[in-house]
Design a protein. Structure first.
Ligand code: ATP
Length: 310
């Protein structure tokens, strides 16, 4: 459904997207993650045909987004980050206007607008002026606009941005339902959102793809390169030196002590579990120990690991 090959975007001297390639299959729900300024919005705007790439190719449903833009755009419903709405229009009036711009007419236009309003729970505000709507409802109008012409691909740029937790849940469950029938590319900062909604995740930073895969696969890779936490009573430097001397231990980080218990994070090589060797060492040394556990990596750990600057 989406094929991006070596897309690059420069704004004058600044390169916002260095070299991005990825593909999204039909029916997939893909999370597009990255810190501020990573190039997410720029990439989404290139995908939707609003910005030409400086180099590289992008095709949607087999159509090149620039040379076959009309055909490509028929497949896309786009919800930009700050949904631009006409404040002085009423909800239904606005959606009918947008549907007409997308080529819908007559009874089909009315039916499609009605269905989009049903899906986004907008019927009870259909006669309200857009300027009187809360942020959550404005987002729903933006989503209804994106899906009114029944495109098979939805591109959503931070759809839950600025919403309160209840509104976030509502929009999230709506996106989940939409994912049953549409291919979705969703840019977000909210990692739990990705874990809940997406089949696949792409992490971008500094204009390139840093990681890509199923959320649980990424987490499994990270888990293999795990971290162990140890709390014991012994002299800090001695513990650090002894654990760092163990096979396959990469580094020992001294954490804030908890009362008189010293705490250490032990970073170990991929595929190893240092717990039994640490336990043997502490017993041999006679150090009292109260904690020894291996961390379960989360998508947040992956995100931080892939995008940290230190
Ligand atoms: N029109 C523009 N002119 C010049 N530079 C721009 C323009 N738009 C974006 N940039 C720069 O390009 C880089 C990528 O921006 P982009 O908005 O794509 O990032 P983002 O990942 O969407 O960030 P955020 O999560 O903050 O929305 C940033 O350094 C930004 O300052």
């Amino acid at each position: 459904m989406i094929e991006v090959r070596n897309a690059q975007k420069r704004y004058g001297r600044h390169t916002a997207v260095k070299d991005i390639s990825f593909s999204v299959g039909k029916g997939e729900v893909v999370g597009f993650l990255g810190p501020n300024g990573a190039g997410k919005t720029t990439t989404l705007r290139m995908l939707t045909g609003y910005l030409p790439p400086s180099s590289g190719t992008i095709s949607i449903a087999g159509y090149d987004i620039f040379s076959q833009s009309v055909d490509a755009r028929k497949h896309i419903g786009y919800m930009p980050e700050n949904v631009p709405l006409y404040d002085d229009m009423r909800v239904r009036e606005y959606l009918r206007y947008r549907a007409a711009l997308k080529g819908l007419k007559g009874s089909m236009l009315r039916t499609y607008v009605n269905e989009a309003m049903d899906l986004c729970a907008l019927q009870h505000v259909r006669r309200k002026m857009i300027k009187t709507l809360s942020k959550g409802y404005r987002q729903r109008v933006g989503l209804a606009d994106a899906l009114v012409a029944k495109p098979d691909l939805l591109i959503l740029d931070e759809p839950t941005n600025g919403l309160d937790p209840n509104q976030i849940r509502q929009i999230r469950s709506l996106i989940k339902r939409l994912g049953e029938k549409h291919t979705i590319l969703i840019s977000t900062h909210i990692l739990s959102e990705v874990e809940m909604i997406c089949d696949h995740v792409i992490i971008v930073d500094e204009g390139i793809v840093k990681a890509s895969g199923k959320p649980d696969e990424l987490v499994a890779t990270m888990r293999a390169a795990g971290k162990v936490t140890v709390e014991l009573k012994a002299e800090v430097d001695e513990v650090k030196e002894a654990i760092e001397g163990l096979d396959k231990v990469k580094k020992v980080i001294v954490e804030e002590p908890d009362c008189d218990w010293n705490k250490f994070s032990v970073l170990v090589e991929s595929g190893t579990d240092a717990r039994s060797r640490i336990a043997k060492l502490t017993m041999a040394k006679g150090w009292p120990m109260r904690t020894l556990y291996r961390h379960q990596a989360t998508l947040e750990d992956i995100f931080v690991e892939m995008t940290r600057k230190d």
